[in-house]
Design a protein around this ligand. Sequence first.
Ligand code: SF4
Ligand code: SF4
Ligand code: SF4
Length: 311
Amino acid sequence: MMYRIFDIKRYSINDGPGIRITFFFKGCPLSCLWCHNPEGISRTQTRMYTPSKCILCGACVHFCPSGALSVPRRGASGGIRCDASRCTLCGKCAEVCPTKAVEMAARSYTAEQIYAEIAKERPFFESSGGGVTFSGGEPLYQGEPIIPLLDFISEAAARDGYTLHRTLDTTLFAPESLVRETLGRCELYLVDLKHMDSAVHRRCCGVPNEPILSNLRVLTEAGADYIIRIPYIIGVNADEANVTATAAFLSSLPRLPRYVELLPYHDIGKSKHSRMGTVYNPDAVPMSAPSEADLQAAVDIFAKYGVPSKF
Ligand code: SF4
Ligand code: SF4
Ligand code: SF4
């Protein structure tokens, strides 16, 4: 079984307790307007091109087996042209590019290869109480095979004489049966919540929120340990009505989160879309970062409902 991964972050201190290694799995059923990892949305390979690194040597054009690439006309800007309808995402252009102006976003790993990367970080886990985090994209979008992977890494660590702390960073937009199978197989969940109104959620993220809310109830009924993370965006979800609805919902669950973390909006995804040849926020929905006062106002609302929060 191969797992498609588009990034591995070492020494991570924001994806769960301690110092962690975070794997970003390719594929996400959501398509959030503000996505900061748009190269992780498609389940298949993604080609990324950075014109500022391109020296127009023409190697990629020459070696592309599909004839998808062309050199721009003299005087034209924007670098090498790619006809996406002809590109088979074979990756040959990235192999021959001398400057890494072209890169393919994903690599495939076996469970053994994933554990080998985890094992290299063991000294950091032991000194900090860290571990591994599976993120994305959406790690549960890998489907059933994520379950044997969670077992495999835990058993491999036990054979090596240590206990591995496993965190799942998830939208919970997944079949309930799969979410139930993760119970007892990870020690902490980082759950993204975007909006409490399903129609708005569908407009901004491409899918309704009912499965997410229902799966969160499933987790909390089972007593799972979790943190809620909210991308906090003026123009999308940073308003009193949505924060109040979120706080009321969380306070109604059988178990409260450790805390809610408000993550202020940023537009880092813009440059990645440009490298992918796609458009960021195509409908030009106005989005901006909240002020400290906006964030504090949200924290005050969560406090009224007895839900710990921070930013
Ligand atoms: S859930 Fe995360 S990875 Fe998926 S589209 Fe939204 S921001 Fe991107
Ligand atoms: S990924 Fe393959 S088909 Fe696509 S442009 Fe590169 S070489 Fe051509
Ligand atoms: S191989 Fe790389 S540097 Fe050369 S033209 Fe293609 S993208 Fe540019």
